[in-house]
Ligand binder design. Structure first.
Ligand SMILES: C[S@@+](CC[C@H](N)C(=O)[O-])C[C@H]1O[C@@H](n2cnc3c(N)ncnc32)[C@H](O)[C@@H]1O
Length: 443
């Protein structure tokens, strides 16, 4: 493998992005968007691969770095620590030949305007190989499980029999799932029509898991609105919310809608019977709902609004169905966002749970008697899931949990949490999601 300028730039940009997450607390999405501005499109996937891997195995790689550095580098040179970690990850987990990994990483120090570190990086990486450091035994749970200590403890408490399974799924790569637009065809028909290498999920007619991730806009029918990218567990929400809906026009509120994945799925299922309002309090993210609606040729009322303050925007006409896909810790989608492990703090969970409770209580008033609210999170933590719904049920006499499951053979795929059901990350390749279906009792 030739040592190219592009290869050196990829390592340097990966180190900058990782450093932005680790030391500045930026999200990986933000850091990658900034890197993309400086990179040729052809270099972006390598930078992504390096960043995802280094953040996924952050604690293990950092512990290995401590074994090899006599003392930590100065805070202003934290990017060099990230660069060394990029070097380790290449040597331990990728097919990049060792000599290429070492020389691109050493040269990246020069590109980062820190030429004085070139010698140190060269020596540390060579030591890493010579002493077989990648095989060394982890000294603590953080390095062993590649999760922060508080989250390991939290998972142990909430999932005494499954915490290791969750952690191991979190450290895997996530597959790419498609939702084939049911107004056009089933996932099976799409797969057959275009000879797509992928797997169907029995019972989930629209879900197709690709064998290999692909550029979505190159997939047949994407521009025509025949498919969207959406995890199969996320695809459970729309049919569950709509099951048994009244005949005629159904008034639906999608209360935390951006970027609109579930909004569009609801519209695909309802067709002409939809009267859907999609709100989100993040104005910038509303654009992505509009773009998705336009691509799929669908229509909804889209508002910038706060779900916990309906008094500011609701016109007083009740809804038959409300989807509350609440902002949460996203601990069920760590595979897709490994930076969550570094950015989230224990105290965030309490604050999130308080917001979730406020939203649920505020939106309940907007539901028609006989209507259904589906509470959804992509969290696996009790505090954001069954604790929120359990307290809500005990203080709202007009609410009861509907425990009838619809579509998919989901009983086999979910854990019964009473109230609610949980899909754990990794189950059939799906993300971790929690669902609780609440009915407003008439009278
Ligand atoms: C889990 S995401 C929703 C994903 C979306 N339902 C989908 O399937 O594409 C949560 C969303 O809630 C929004 N949000 C957070 N607080 C909110 C609030 N108080 N009111 C309305 N939306 C809020 C966030 O901006 C974010 O877009």
């Amino acid at each position: 493998m030739a040592i190219t300028k592009a290869g050196v730039r990829q390592r340097a940009e990966a180190a900058i992005a990782i450093d932005a997450v680790v030391t500045e607390g930026r999200s990986l999405d933000w850091a990658l968007a900034r890197a993309d501005e400086k990179l040729d499109p052809a270099d972006r996937s390598m930078v992504r691969m390096l960043c995802f891997g280094c953040l996924r195995y952050h604690w293990q790689l950092r512990a290995q770095l401590r074994m090899l550095l006599e003392r930590p580098l100065k805070a202003r040179d934290s990017v060099i620590e990230s660069l060394l970690i990029v070097g380790f990850f290449q040597l331990s987990d990728t097919r990049v030949p060792d000599h290429a990994a070492v020389s691109t990483t050493v040269d990246a120090a020069r590109l980062l305007r820190r030429p004085k570190y070139a010698g140190l990086i060269n020596a540390v990486l060579r030591n890493y190989m010579r002493r077989n450091i990648s095989e060394s035994e982890a000294q603590d749970d953080e390095a062993r499980f590649n999760h922060p200590a508080w989250l390991i403890e939290h998972l142990r408490k909430d999932w005494p029999d499954h915490w290791q399974q969750i952690i191991s799924a979190n450290n895997d790569r996530a597959p790419m799932w498609l939702r084939v637009n049911g107004q056009h065809m089933t996932a099976a028909a799409y797969q057959q029509a275009h000879a797509i290498d992928g797997q169907l999920l029995p019972g989930a007619d629209q879900a197709l898991r690709l064998e290999k991730p692909a550029a979505v806009d190159e997939l047949p029918g994407f521009e025509l609105g025949h498919l969207s990218v959406q995890d199969a567990a996320a695809q459970m929400a729309a049919p569950w919310l709509l099951a048994g809906h009244p005949d005629g026009v159904v008034r639906v509120l999608d209360a935390c809608a951006a970027p609109g994945g579930k909004t569009c799925h609801l519209l695909e299922l309802l067709g002409a019977d939809a009267d859907l309002t999609a709100i989100d309090n993040d104005k910038k993210r509303l654009t992505s709902i509009q773009e998705n609606l336009a691509r799929l040729g669908m229509d909804a009322t889209v508002l910038a609004a706060d779900a916990s303050k309906p008094g500011e925007w609701w016109n007083g006409v009740g809804f038959d169905r409300i989807l509350l896909d609440a902002p949460c810790s996203a601990t069920g989608v760590i595979r897709r966002h490994p930076d969550i492990k570094l950015l989230r703090r224990q105290e965030d969970i309490h604050a999130l749970a308080r917001r979730q409770r406020q939203m649920l209580a505020a939106l309940w008033a907007l539901l028609n008697p006989g209507g259904r609210l589906l509470y959804v999170t992509c969290s696996v933590l009790v505090e954001e899931n069954e604790a929120v719904v359990g307290d809500f049920l005990s203080t709202h006499t007009d609410a009861r949990e509907d425990r009838v499951l619809h579509d998919y053979n989901i009983r086999d795929l979910m854990y019964d949490k009473t109230p609610g059901f949980q899909v754990l990350p990794g189950t059939q390749g799906m993300d971790g999601f929690y669902f609780a279906s609440l009915e407003k009792v008439s009278g």
